[in-house]
Design a protein around this ligand. Structure first.
Ligand code: AP5
Length: 214
């Protein structure tokens, strides 16, 4: 969990590889649905392109399907984002006999967030993330893994929408952090996401490693 640009996607891609977990990003799933251009995609676009959260009833339906398809370790990125979503996820995981083990909360300063979001680029084929200053691809403008695929900028990555997305985070998602904070059985990891991505990854991998050893 964390505000937009804190580095959730960047770290989740690394952690998924490190621990062999399936990385499910609600934002990625929604962007794929948008790209198809279906009625659902157009509905999602209305909220995403305005920097607002997608309504809970749409989110829980899509995410319940995605979570239900995963066998083994699961790493959630961007979901849950409201207390209602967290409660629905709890009920589903409990039915699946798959308890939540850990919550990673990343923080980042507003100026760091703005610089990261406006310079972010991504591969439309594999989803790998880059940055025009902080995470350059080997060949400018192209994905390292997909070679001839040109990197794109997300439609909601404008300076104007960053403020709106931050407000959505602090008003609607911060209560989810508090919801998990009180739960004794959960490993809670709070990291300063302002630092180099390698330093952040090292700290989270070390903390999560204690779970992997149990
Ligand atoms: P989503 O795709 O989840 O976007 P977000 O939460 O706004 O987060 P970001 O993807 O912007 O940031 P990130 O923290 O993943 O940062 P990243 O690692 O990419 O959601 C998009 C929209 O979908 C929402 O606004 C909403 O409308 C909807 N939505 C999704 N889930 C929903 C839900 N559950 N409920 C309701 N609506 C939902 O890093 C950013 C950039 O910085 C990259 O370029 C990266 O290379 C760079 N970077 C990362 N870490 C570092 C570092 N340590 N140092 C330097 N650069 C770094």
């Amino acid at each position: 969990m964390g505000p937009p640009g804190a580095g959730k996607g960047t770290q989740a891609q690394r952690l998924g590889k490190e621990f062999g977990m399936v990385h499910l990003s609600s934002g990625e799933i929604f962007r794929e649905a948008k790209a198809v251009g279906s009625e659902l995609g157009r509905k999602l676009a209305r909220y995403m392109d305005a920097g607002e959260l997608v309504p809970d009833e749409i989110v829980v339906e899509i995410m319940a399907d995605a979570v239900g398809c995963v066998d083994g370790g699961l790493l959630l990125d961007g979901f849950p984002r409201t207390v209602v979503q967290a409660e629905v996820l709890d009920a589903q995981l409990s039915k699946m006999g798959k308890p939540l083990d850990a919550v990673v909360v990343m923080t980042a300063d507003t100026d760091v967030i703005a610089a990261r979001i406006t310079g972010r680029r991504a591969c439309p084929r594999c989803g790998r993330g880059y940055h025009v200053k902080f995470m350059l691809p080997v060949r400018e403008g192209f994905c390292d893994d997909c070679d001839t695929v040109e990197l794109i900028q997300r439609s909601d990555d404008s300076e104007a929408l960053v403020r709106q997305r931050l407000e959505a985070y602090y008003v609607q998602t911060q209560p989810v952090v508090d919801y998990y904070r009180g739960r004794e059985s959960l490993l809670k990891i709070e990291v300063d996401g302002n630092r180099e991505a390698d330093d952040v990854a090292g700290e989270v991998i070390l903390a999560l490693g204690s779970l992997a050893r149990d």
